[in-house]
Design a protein around this ligand. Structure first.
Ligand code: ARG
Length: 578
């Protein structure tokens, strides 16, 4: 899209620096905010206060000088000085209406990326294959998926990398068990049971445990029989994951899997290259990198261990190999890691080691998009009643069941098939939205009742808001994608809704930059709320004139399309009725 009005003001102010009206050297650059309270304008800047001192003027005097110097812009109807020297800008409603008309004519709703398209690696999901996917993998999967969709919608090339844990020592145990008790695919299909049985054997038998350890070594040395068993186990495990992704409506395919094992052949090179750079120190037989900036509270240096005394490689070694691959072969401009916040130190360390070692040759940025823990209602990490980990599939089933009961209560007359489908969309959507709408880095409490509530910032509320818009068009036998006429903004409710709708592109760019889908959730929730007051105050069916009706229908159409597009970018399906 063309720059937003906010950005235009920002540019015009920056131009005043170039022209010598304003003094230079302000960091950070000039800020213009979207105003909260519309009575004081649509955008505000405190620039006159920030620069008053270097300019040697009183803030209000500088503000007046700025206003006098700013060129007239048809998008701005007036500029005012408020309080100690704030600049308040009012947007021209006609120009705003014109922007929305243009957005309606564009399948992408006028949204585009600020800046050049980039190649972005998104590291997401990454379950460990020994077990079934449990709730611990939910956040990485759906937050990563949401951000990946937003990046793609803005024109970036997204390369999804599912860095599954397919190479740990746990495989020795699983292989030993497979060897002892050749399992059918059916038996293996319950991975949880299989893992538990293998673990039990491991704990009870010294002989078994030894064999398991031996098999890890054989596997890592490339023994063909071990590799065959290992492959079979991983295939089954990955097909489980794939089913869960489909169920979750997450855009991940087997082709996105690039597991830890994929980097095996490069691990020895990583170590020798670190050595050649003079970064390695031997400590108790292990190969370590010590970095100045990483110390314990007591000041003892924290090593990044890349090879154990027994020759084995570690999680960090694999991540270093992956960084190299992403930068040099995938040629990514950015690598985003959607991984639990508790791994923050690990990522700070490997990113820094990779930089020092010159593994990143193309200026690729590495960004850990950490997230908090999903807790139960008791505020403790989410567990089953008996303290076990919750299988993701069980959680999704329960969400759907609960949604079914709710929807049936509301619409007892709906056909069973419809009910089931609505319950699926609402149930899965509720689980995803509850997670996506929370600030990424905070912990949150998983609560079925809250997420399935039809009021508040929830999936049911937003899905329902969309069906309301769709309903208006159904009633008039009109298509939401083809409404004639022009938008004209009269009532304050029309103007408020319009101003927020015009910010869609800005919000998406922000999600793409910071990896924060919750800002998109807040935005959609606002739009739905503003639509409600518009709908109550500005009759569509009972409009005063055909022109007014068309204008309002066009606003409704843009609302509907924005909600649908926004929900889709979050990975939620929408419904035409519910
Ligand atoms: N499998 C790891 C875990 O469950 C997450 C991997 C994240 N990605 C990475 N490149 N380290 O903790």
């Amino acid at each position: 899209m063309k720059d937003t009005i906010r950005q235009l003001i920002q540019q015009a102010l920056t131009q005043l620096v170039n022209e010598g009206v304003l003094p230079e050297g302000l960091t950070p650059a000039i800020q213009v905010e979207n105003a909260r309270d519309k009575t004081h304008g649509d955008f505000a800047s405190n620039i006159a206060m920030m620069l008053a001192k270097p300019a040697g003027m009183k803030p209000r005097d500088l503000a007046e000088k700025i206003i006098a110097a700013l060129p007239a812009d048809e998008q701005i109807s007036k500029t005012e000085i408020a309080g100690p020297g704030f600049l308040n800008f009012f947007q021209n409603t006609q120009a705003l209406a014109g922007r929305l008309d243009a957005a309606l004519a564009d399948p992408k709703l006028g949204v585009s990326k600020t800046g050049a398209p980039e190649r972005v690696v998104v590291d997401l999901s990454a379950p460990n294959l020994a077990k079934e996917m449990h709730v611990g993998h939910l956040r990485s999967t759906i937050i990563g998926d949401g951000v990946a969709r937003v990046l793609e919608s803005l024109g970036d090339t997204v390369i999804r990398q599912n860095h599954v844990g397919d190479w740990g020592t746990q495989f020795g145990m699983l292989l030993a068990y497979l060897q002892e008790k050749p399992a059918t695919s059916d038996e293996l299909s319950d991975l949880e049971n299989f893992y538990r049985a293998a673990k039990q054997r491991f704990d009870e038998s010294e002989e078994f445990a030894d064999r398991a350890r031996g098999l890890v070594v054989k596997l890592q040395a490339g023994d063909p029989e071990c590799l065959t068993l290992w492959k079979r186990f991983n295939e089954i495990s990955l097909s489980h994951c794939q089913k869960t992704y489909e169920r979750l409506n997450v855009k991940l395919t087997p082709a996105d899997v690039k597991g830890e094992s994929a980097y095996n052949d490069d691990l020895a090179n990583v170590v020798s290259d670190l050595k050649a750079k003079g970064l390695l120190v031997e400590s108790n037989g292990a190969q370590c990198v010590f970095l100045e900036e990483f110390k314990t509270a007591e000041g003892t240096p924290l090593p990044v261990i890349v090879q154990k005394a027994d020759g084995g490689y570690l999680y960090a070694t694999t991540d270093l190999a992956a960084i190299r691959y992403r930068s040099n072969l995938l040629k990514a401009d950015r690598a985003l890691y959607f991984v639990d916040q508790r791994q923050a130190l690990h990522f700070q360390q490997v990113f820094e080691v990779a930089r020092r070692a010159g593994f990143v040759t193309n200026g690729m940025t590495m960004e850990h998009m950490g997230f908090g823990t999903m807790n139960g209602a008791d505020g403790r990490p989410f567990k089953t009643r008996d303290g076990g980990t919750v299988k993701l599939i069980d959680l999704l089933n329960e969400a759907q069941e609960r949604a079914y009961t709710l929807v049936k209560e509301k619409n007892p007359e709906l056909a069973e098939d419809d009910l089931r489908n609505i319950a699926r969309v609402v149930g899965i959507g509720a689980v995803k939205y509850a997670d996506l709408s929370k600030h990424r880095t905070s912990d949150y409490s998983f609560n079925f009742d809250l997420m399935l509530n039809f009021e508040g910032n929830t999936a049911p509320y937003l899905l329902y808001a969309y069906t309301r818009v769709a309903g208006v068009f159904r009633k008039l036998s009109k298509d939401l994608n083809e409404v004639e006429g022009q938008i004209s903004l009269q009532a304050p409710q029309e103007q408020d809704l319009a101003a927020r709708l015009a910010q869609f592109g800005e919000v998406l760019n922000n999600v793409a930059e910071k990896g924060t889908p919750h800002t998109l959730c807040t935005y959609l929730y606002d739009v739905a709320g503003l639509f409600s007051s518009f709908y109550e105050n500005c009759p569509i069916l009972g409009a005063d004139s055909p022109e007014q009706q068309q204008s309002r229908l066009r606003l409704a159409a843009l609302t509907g399309r924005t909600l649908k597009q926004g929900l889709e970018l979050l990975g939620l399906e929408t419904l035409e009725r519910m």
